[in-house]
Design a binder for this molecule. Structure first.
Ligand code: BGC
Length: 747
């Protein structure tokens, strides 16, 4: 008996070693040879993921002996374990398990790891795909150097409701832009491909339609037609999968009554079926067990059965799989083939990552240290931040636009609760390293770095972000009166957006609106900076201050980037990736809505049309909107043809001229409307955009090539196709400012 056991262990050791190194074997063959050696318990172990909430040196966790479970092969992955020292300690324990299958370490690397970049929504405002990809690349380089194999990003959930706190984590309201950004982020994270030491696995989340939670309340239900699901919400996930995303995460919500975690249609029919996704699916935190609360599973046993059968391969933290799957298999309720498929998918990624060859591949302390304060990464973060700032307003004061500011001979009053804020600049989903305070550039610091000796900065906080205390107003007003210009920095607290941070009131919190009024009443020119993770409502301020910059949360280099734009060292180029509402009652307000049977002709048309009697229909700021320090003039649209047939290509062109006094970048946007469809079509849909940098006085012809692929949609039978007929082609600055021409497209 003893001999037999010893022999079989020898065979296993040889088999695993061969599985790892044999050159000729494909990964599929290697996976199969490992799978053959695994007991049912070990297989289920691979499908189990725990949070790593313990000290690397302490053996016992608060909810069980995880180290012992790793040794027994009961764990495939851990999250929230970072740093070479920590991950190495745990990997060493995994190497003591019978089959020595390496652990995967996952982490929410959402907008940077060590160097924090702007919020994902802010980055989306750049509409700059190469820069967005670079941001994800740098995050992956830094995270992988610290032992992280896998990021739970990108979040690609389309969000039309700014009450939802996680709007900050995605790319906004538009399917087309969102899909491009989803792919760019996946490419950034995964770099030249899994297997490179600086590539982390991407995890597309949250599958699916998490951003459509009813009322914008996080974790709430999602109920929509399959057509809308397929047309508006699913394309970014699909784009991310097509870009090679290694993994997908379930969403917490139910979709049309079925929790996403056990949604056969989403996971088996679409993702693993029609989309041919070869990676693995991880649940969201506890989402398997939460199906009991949904009223979909009776208990954890039931939940494990439903999730595994529907195609959820790994259970994050609910412990339903580890506790119940073995019994479910023995009782025939989950087939062995379901388990094998899940385990193969997980092992495949571990092989692709090269972890079987070297489980400590990501445990190089020299590399970790090199990335700790990498100057190039910090420079890239500043670059991304500059490109993310949206100039919303820039009125003339004394005959000239207030911005950019001069660096000379000015007294500038810096007022507001965020002027000297430090950690706030990082926003939600970022790390607080011990030396953060020294690294983060505040607005105050950024301004000091920029002004010349003959200028002077004054400061008053004015008020806190979110209380009712106005004691600081007097000082702030006095400071403002002594200055030539006031830069007023207000916003939300950074933890007012993010997970579980839905708000029903989108006004500036506390007494900040009153502070703006008090400062504006001094008559001094005011530049308002708004920091937030979502579109806020600030009509009064918008109508009474001269200049407004939306600065979101910009990350480690926030202060420098804001100063770059304020003083014109960078001419702002960002465009809103979401519509900004005038009031909460208007939500959801998004540009690609349907016409309805009684469309309002304009904002003053309210008589028995689809409108509010107490609010305009238009947003405060349109999707795609953003100003520059220069002006761009558009010539008329020219078309290569107006009557097209079948597979022809239409060229739609427009000449754009920089008529202002600065070099600058314009984002030329193409929208299309299908006038009559077998199902109603949106009033316009973004189908292309081009960013063009023009020196002052220069002009360029921008051409869009349009084919029938740009006309396709899901019909009532969920077939994706185009229908001949009349279309409008629109080109312009934003969704509310376009020129329109008509075309016909026949079969
Ligand atoms: C979030 C996910 C995240 C996970 C792990 C969940 O609460 O919804 O987006 O990746 O936690 O931290």
């Amino acid at each position: 008996m003893f001999l037999l056991k010893k022999m079989s262990l020898c065979v296993i050791a040889v088999a695993i070693a061969t599985a790892g190194v044999a050159q000729k074997k494909t990964i599929d063959q290697k996976v199969d040879s490992v799978l053959k050696l695994m007991t049912l318990d070990e297989k289920i172990g691979q499908m189990n993921q725990y949070n790593g909430d313990w000290d690397a040196t302490g053996p016992i966790t608060k909810d069980g002996d995880k180290q012992n479970q790793i040794k027994k092969g009961m764990l495939g992955s851990m999250l929230n374990v970072t740093g070479v020292a920590h991950t190495k300690t745990l990997q060493e324990i995994a190497m003591q398990s019978r089959l020595k299958i390496p652990l995967l370490f996952g982490q929410d690397v959402i907008h940077g790891y060590r160097t924090i970049f702007p919020l994902p929504l802010a980055e989306a405002a750049s509409w700059d795909l190469p820069l967005i990809e670079k941001s994800a690349r740098i995050a992956a380089v830094e995270a992988s150097a610290a032992g992280v194999h896998w990021t739970f990003a990108p979040m690609v959930d389309i969000a039309r409701d700014p009450r939802w706190g996680r709007v900050m984590e995605g790319a906004g309201e538009d399917t087309y832009l969102g899909s491009l950004i989803a792919a760019a982020r996946v490419k950034g994270f995964q770099g030249k491909g899994l297997g490179n030491t600086d590539a982390v696995m991407a995890c597309v989340k949250h599958f699916a339609a998490y951003g459509a939670a009813v009322g914008g309340r996080d974790y709430n239900s999602v109920d929509m037609s399959l057509r809308q699901l397929n047309e508006v919400y699913l394309p970014p996930y699909k784009a991310a999968v097509e870009a090679g995303a290694a993994t997908v995460m379930n969403s917490f919500n139910d979709v049309n009554g079925i929790p996403a975690t056990a949604n056969h249609y989403l996971l088996r029919t679409l993702l693993k079926g029609q989309w041919n996704f070869k990676g693995f699916v991880v649940s969201d935190w506890g989402s398997v067990g939460e199906m009991i609360n949904h009223g979909y599973a009776k208990d954890n046993y039931d939940a494990a059965m439903l999730a595994a059968n529907a195609g959820c391969d790994m259970d994050m933290e609910s412990r339903s799989y580890i506790q119940h799957l073995a019994k479910l298999v023995k009782e025939g309720k989950v087939k062995m083939s379901v388990i094998d498929d899940a385990v193969k998918r997980i092992l495949h990624k571990k092989f692709e990552m090269g972890l079987f060859d070297d489980p400590y591949k990501f445990c190089n302390t020299t590399r970790e240290q090199q990335q700790w304060n990498n100057v190039e990464n910090i420079t890239a973060s500043r670059e991304m931040a500059k490109h993310s700032i949206v100039l919303l307003k820039n009125d003339a004061v004394n005959g000239a636009p207030l911005l950019p500011l001069s660096k000379h001979s000015k007294t500038i009053a810096l007022v507001g609760p965020l002027v000297k804020a430090i950690r706030e600049n990082l926003g939600f989903w970022s790390y607080s390293w011990p030396d953060d305070t020294a690294r983060i550039v505040t607005l105050w610091q950024g301004m000091q770095n920029k002004i010349s000796n003959d200028s002077k900065l004054l400061y008053a906080k004015g008020c806190n972000i979110n209380d009712q205390n106005k004691d600081g107003f007097e000082e702030a007003v006095n400071i403002a009166k002594q200055a030539d210009v006031v830069v007023l920095s207000v916003g939300e607290a950074p933890d007012m957006t993010g997970e579980a941070k839905s708000r029903s009131n989108l006004h500036l919190p506390g007494v900040q609106e009153a502070l703006i009024q008090a400062i504006a009443a001094t008559g001094k020119p005011v530049i308002l900076l708004i920091s937030a993770g979502r579109p806020l409502v600030f009509n009064d301020a918008a109508d009474h201050v001269s200049s407004i910059m939306y600065t979101w949360w910009l990350g480690t280099q926030a202060g420098n980037a804001i100063a770059d734009v304020l003083f014109g060292d960078y001419n702002p180029s960002a465009r809103l990736p979401v519509s900004f509402p005038r009031s909460e009652g208007q939500i959801p307000v998004y540009y690609n809505h349907y016409s309805t049977g009684r469309p309002a002709k304009n904002d003053s048309d309210v008589n028995y049309v689809s409108a509010y009697i107490d609010e305009l229909n238009s947003p405060k700021y349109y999707f795609g909107y953003g100003l520059s320090y220069t002006q761009f003039q558009y010539g008329a649209i020219t078309l290569s043809k107006t009557n097209l047939k079948g597979n022809e290509t239409l060229q739609a062109s427009v000449e754009v001229t920089n008529t202002g006094n600065a070099d600058g970048e314009e984002t030329v946007q193409l929208y299309i409307r299908d006038i009559i469809g077998s199902v109603v079509r949106p009033v316009k849909e973004l189908k292309g955009f081009k960013k063009v940098w023009l020196q002052k006085g220069a002009h360029q012809t921008i051409t869009f090539n349009i084919t029938v692929n740009d006309l396709k949609f899901y019909n009532d039978a969920l077939q994706y196709n185009w229908e001949p007929g009349a279309f409008q082609v629109m080109i312009g600055r934003n969704a509310g400012d376009v020129q329109t021409v008509n075309i016909n497209w026949s079969r």
